[in-house]
Design a protein around this ligand. Structure first.
Ligand SMILES: C[S@@+](CC[C@H](N)C(=O)[O-])C[C@H]1O[C@@H](n2cnc3c(N)ncnc32)[C@H](O)[C@@H]1O
Length: 316
């Protein structure tokens, strides 16, 4: 019982430094089934998000949690220039596969994909534009994977500082997290939501770990059955003509565990303000809608601007 609460990832993944919770490849293999396919996943927020980026003059974007590439691909298809990083080579492998298959499209041929850990982002093998990127995105409830081992959010502060350093003055960070206020208050994460809405999700079990009365970690145990995919499901990166397995057997069902640092909205906002400055412009959306429009959003998406001085340069 204790093991099922304290173990932060699937069995068999070694612990060293910041753990790659995707290292056994289990989640990576079924990720597109979990999110319902790349295209279906982005349908609900593509237009709103692309408009927001265009309104802010954003062209070159760094996706620091690209995973299998879902948001990066959607943005490439909508004429943004993408540089994409992630700490997990198992997840990146899927993104590389798609890049290779679509390499004849100019945007995909120019797509830069590299390994990069948020805590040492400057070491990622990417070319940073001289002024910095127009935007950095960290979406899909990725940031919450960063554990707060020291109990003082020092990892979180360092990662956000590294994101800020990648931005040009006036550039924007888009970063999201699940509605942990609702999850902590109810003890349960919603099974389907804006990002993850597929027929293949069998169940998601929520555990909340308190240390000295403080909400410290949430683990979600996922059961995903790819054989439940609807007939219109298409997996990007499949070889043309490849037949998707439809038969249901125990072997198809994937169980994996991921853990999260559950930061409430107020704490997350303070974290961003602590790094970007109290006066930094900051907006929050609920499920990519203006706050208040969705009654109980599953996700909060923060948009925070790197301050500039009156000459448009970085503030000291
Ligand atoms: C929940 S997945 C989301 C992936 C993608 N954004 C999506 O929405 O499908 C979280 C991703 O964050 C990455 N990640 C977690 N911790 C990281 C870290 N410290 N540095 C870089 N990437 C990290 C994981 O490898 C994983 O691919």
């Amino acid at each position: 019982m204790v093991d099922s609460i304290y173990r932060t990832r699937s069995l068999g993944i070694g612990l060293s430094g910041i753990p790659d919770q995707y290292a056994d490849g289990k989640a990576a293999r079924v990720w597109q089934h979990y999110i319902g396919g790349h295209k279906k996943r982005t349908e609900s927020y593509k237009e709103f998000f692309c408009n927001l980026l265009n309104e802010n003059g954003i062209k070159h974007i760094l996706d620091v949690a690209c995973g299998t590439g879902v948001d990066s691909i959607m943005l490439l298809e909508n004429n943004f220039k993408m540089t994409s990083t992630d700490a997990s080579d198992k997840m990146l492998k899927q993104a590389w596969k798609i890049r290779w298959q679509r390499r004849k499209e100019e945007a995909f041929d120019d797509w830069v994909i590299e390994e990069g850990n948020w805590l040492a982002l400057q070491e990622a093998n990417i070319e940073v534009p001289s002024q910095g990127f127009d935007a950095v995105i960290c979406l899909g409830n990725s940031f919450a994977h960063l554990p707060d081992f020291h109990g003082d959010l020092s990892n979180q502060k360092l990662a956000i500082q590294n994101f800020k350093d990648m931005l040009k003055p006036g550039g924007v960070l888009f970063i999201d997290h699940r509605n942990y206020d609702a999850i902590l208050d109810s003890g349960k994460a919603p099974q389907r939501n804006l990002y993850y809405n597929s027929d293949c999700i069998e169940s998601i079990k929520t555990s909340v770990l308190y240390v000295d009365g403080k909400e410290s970690m949430i683990t979600l145990d996922y059961t995903v059955d790819p054989s439940k995919a609807s007939d219109d499901f298409t997996e990007e990166g499949e070889e043309p003509g490849a037949k998707r397995r439809k038969s249901s057997s125990e072997g198809d069902i994937s169980k994996f565990r991921l853990s999260y640092c559950p930061l409430r909205l107020g704490i997350f906002t303070d974290l961003l303000k602590g790094v970007f400055g109290e006066d930094a412009r900051h907006e929050v959306f609920g499920d990519f809608e203006p706050l208040g429009k969705v009654e109980l959003p599953a996700y909060y998406v923060h948009m925070v601007w790197k301050p500039t001085n009156e000459n448009g340069l970085e503030e000291n």
